[in-house]
Design a protein around this ligand. Structure first.
Ligand code: GLN
Ligand code: ZN
Length: 756
């Protein structure tokens, strides 16, 4: 018999129950007991929804983050958090979210650093280490959830993060080597495993996704050391890897002394037969065959053809699972009652993915005849998607096939262009601008909502947005900014706004996926060839420009960012989808130019996020990503100025690619790095204009003029002053007007001081 299991279930809740409970608790509207009850309820529902599979995960549920949970389990909360009074729950949330100073300016605590979980859009709290870190087992949370599961008759498999990946995910504050902590860490893991076995766990899933990254000899040695020391028959360990190929770690993974190994068969299908050959015959091989990171139905018949010989070879040793935790997909498709019927039939969310798993297992265990109907239905859905005219648009295909790389070239090199742009724009030195959005007030959000619900007429909505734009323009003129923006009031989200106007995108009502803590995103679903039926932004920008003599920037989201923040197609390479998006954005750029817009900004906030896990794969990604941007941006006249914006602070390793974009101006986040991040641009002799962010928009603090001039002088030590712009780190939509106005006032004053 094939065993089915799951690596993790979304915990936010089909109705985002956890999000709302957390936010109520933080705001003091809910007690700790109420929050605990909601969490317990969610776990019960989650296990209930996993009833049909053989082994369900336990401990995958988290109030905030599974890595932070592991830090708690290992007694490794930062000192600044652990030493304060209050309940354990309070300490946990302090570690996650930090805490502001109280009225006596006491007790402010910095939040743990947050960073991306491998190449997903989930963010975890980074474990903090120093040479003195000690570990102390605190298994309470896991034991509680295990007892709950067992009381509910769940065949429970506790899930923990393995010791090597746990260290890999963290950072040390004292330049010590975190691998030196391994020997101190392992006894805590040994006791944890024993404790879980005593509490009735036969199997424990121990996640080691670090195995799909580039590991040097020290890290590989750590794997050997760790698992030889944790070797035990009780509980049995299922070592889980996911998100990529094992490559040179394959043999290492196969030989570790564990009872079984889980492989991501969606991202590493070509490694499956090698692992099946290598794996000692007493070990279980769990294949993650259902994509845990995307929303498409699996092609079950094709999968079965592939699995049958593997099943014949492995027999009982074959387990089936989703490729990774289902944390990265929405909960339940059945709630999507407004989704187009045809597209609905192509999709599977977490609950449906577990159904697919059961069909596969039954087919293997009892023969295909036992699931004839399910397989036929699946085939129909797969065929319908493959042949739908909504997926394939011959015109778009032809346009992409005929693409020439020269389409991404500007007419002339930057020095020539910038001179023409200068002649036309006549900007002062240290020109001031902003990144695009202005405060999204409650009135704006309400108007958008009412418009969606049909409670506001098209005309009334247009008028209200126009009056917001007018207000933005007036404020910017009063402040004396040099290059203005319309403020983006009509945009709910920088990707969704464009997705909604492009053919080839679908939107869900409840397709929420946890991003971090209580924050969720609802990624658009890119299902078909991309086409732009109409101009998307031209009217708004034209209106804004009609109100002022100062230049107004056109404001677009770039193709790479739209791609990286969407659920993408699995029936063509990401590169092809990106090029289609590039052509659509290119049309918009050219329409803006025709409408007289002289400056166009194309945001690529998520370009860096798309970098593959393996260094060896970077160049290939950057090649098509940068090419896509160039195609989108560079089909304009020399006198049209192209801006791009990126909000992160690591450019060292991709600076060469950034330069290849050839944007006339790039604005970046820099205020928190004291301009040191400009060193990458300086060392590379980056040739074009740069707007290093001069204040942090994530904080409500209003910067002082002096602070800004100091930062700009630091910038001018690295980049020639005539190529510097003055702007905030990012868009202002999360701030309010009381913060924005004085901040920009200080910024403009600083620029004037610098000019003098
Ligand atoms: N133009 C966008 C804004 O200002 C950019 C947002 C971003 O970079 N994340 O909101
Ligand atoms: Zn930004």
């Amino acid at each position: 018999m094939v065993t089915t299991h799951n690596l993790g279930f979304p915990r936010i809740g089909a109705k985002r129950e956890l999000k709302f409970a957390l936010e109520d608790y933080w705001a003091g509207r809910q007690t700790g007991q109420e929050l605990t009850a909601t969490a317990e309820d969610l776990r019960r529902q989650n296990w209930h929804q996993q009833t049909g599979i053989d082994l369900s995960p336990v401990g995958d549920f988290s109030l905030y983050d599974q890595v932070l949970d592991m830090s708690v389990t290992l007694g490794n909360l930062p000192e600044r958090v652990a030493s304060q009074a209050g309940s354990q729950t309070d300490a946990y949330f302090r570690a996650a979210r930090g805490r502001g100073a109280d009225d006596n300016a006491c007790c402010a605590t910095a939040a743990g650093e947050m960073t991306k979980w491998f190449d997903t859009n989930y963010h975890y709290i980074v474990p903090e280490f120093s040479a003195d870190t000690e570990f102390e087992l605190n298994p309470e949370r896991l034991l509680t959830q295990l007892a709950e599961a067992r009381a509910q008759g769940v065949n429970a498999k506790p899930v923990i993060i393995g010791p090597v990946t746990y260290l890999w995910l963290g950072k040390t504050s004292d330049n010590s080597n975190r691998l030196d902590l391994l020997e101190r860490l392992l006894p805590a893991y040994a006791r944890l495993l024993e404790t879980l076995a005593d509490a009735g766990a036969e199997w424990v899933q121990i996640d080691e996704p670090a195995l799909v990254t580039d590991l040097d000899a020290n890290w590989r040695y750590a794997f050997n050391l760790a698992y030889h020391q944790l070797k035990s028959n009780r509980p049995k360990l299922l070592l889980a890897t996911y998100f990529g190929e094992l490559r040179s770690n394959l043999q290492l993974a196969c030989e570790l002394p564990v009872a079984g190994i889980h492989l991501d068969a969606v991202s590493a299908p070509q490694e499956v037969s090698r692992v099946a050959d290598w794996l000692p015959t007493h070990k279980v091989l769990s294949l993650g065959v259902i994509n845990g990171r995307n929303v498409w139905k699996a092609d079950l018949n094709t999968l079965l053809d592939w699995l049958e010989p593997l099943h014949a070879k492995l027999g009982e040793r074959l387990w089936l699972a989703p490729s990774c935790s289902l944390l990265h997909v929405p909960v339940d498709l059945t709630r999507e009652d407004e989704l187009d019927e045809e597209i609905h039939a192509w999709l599977a969310f977490a609950v449906q993915k577990l159904d697919e798993l059961q069909v596969l297992a039954r087919a293997l265990n009892e023969g295909c005849n036992s699931v004839t109907q399910a397989l036929a239905d699946n085939q129909q859905a797969i065929d319908s998607r493959r042949t739908s005219y909504r997926v394939i648009n011959p015109q778009v295909r032809a346009a992409v096939a005929g693409l020439q790389a020269s389409l991404g070239n500007r007419q002339s090199p930057y020095p020539h262009r910038i001179a023409l742009q200068q002649q036309a724009l006549k900007l002062p030195t240290f020109p001031t601008t902003t990144i695009g959005s202005f405060p999204q007030t409650r009135e704006i959000r309400q108007a958008r909502l009412q418009f969606r619900k049909g409670e506001l007429t098209d005309q009334a909505y247009q008028e209200q947005m126009q009056s917001e734009i007018a207000r933005c323009i007036r404020v910017q003129e009063d402040l004396g900014l040099d290059v203005l923006v319309h403020g983006e009031p009509e945009r709910n989200d920088m990707v969704e706004y464009f997705g909604e106007q492009l053919d080839g995108f679908a939107f869900t009502r409840f397709g929420w996926v946890q991003s971090y803590g209580s924050r969720c995103v609802k990624p658009p679903i890119l299902f078909g060839d991309i086409q732009r039926p109409d101009a998307m932004t031209v009217d708004w920008i034209r209106y804004a420009q009609s109100l002022t003599d100062k230049p107004v920037k056109g404001m677009l989201t770039g193709p790479v960012t739209i791609l990286n923040w969407s659920f993408v197609r699995d029936d063509q390479p990401r590169k092809d989808s990106c090029l289609q998006l590039a052509l659509a954005i290119r049309e918009e750029v050219q329409d803006l130019e025709k409408a007289g817009v002289n400056i166009i900004q194309i945001d690529e906030a998520a370009l860096r996020e798309g970098l593959p896990l393996r260094r060896a794969d970077w160049e290939q990604y950057l090649e098509w990503a940068i090419n896509s941007f160039r195609i989108a941006a560079n089909g304009v006249q020399d006198a049209t100025q192209i801006h791009t914006h990126m909000c992160y602070s690591e450019f060292n390793d991709i600076i060469e690619a950034i330069a290849r974009m050839d944007a006339d101006v790039i604005t970046i986040e820099t205020s928190r790095s004291d301009m040191e991040l400009l060193d990458a641009f300086k060392d590379f002799e980056y040739p074009n204009d740069i707007g290093p962010g001069v204040y942090d928009i994530h904080s409500p603090n209003v910067p002082a003029q002096k602070q800004i001039t100091t930062l700009m002088k630091l910038a001018a030590e690295r980049i020639p002053a005539e190529r510097l712009w003055v702007n905030p780190d990012c868009g202002l939509k999360t701030r309010n007007w009381e913060e924005v106005t004085p901040a920009l006032e200080a910024m403009v004053a600083a620029a004037r001081e610098l000019r003098a």
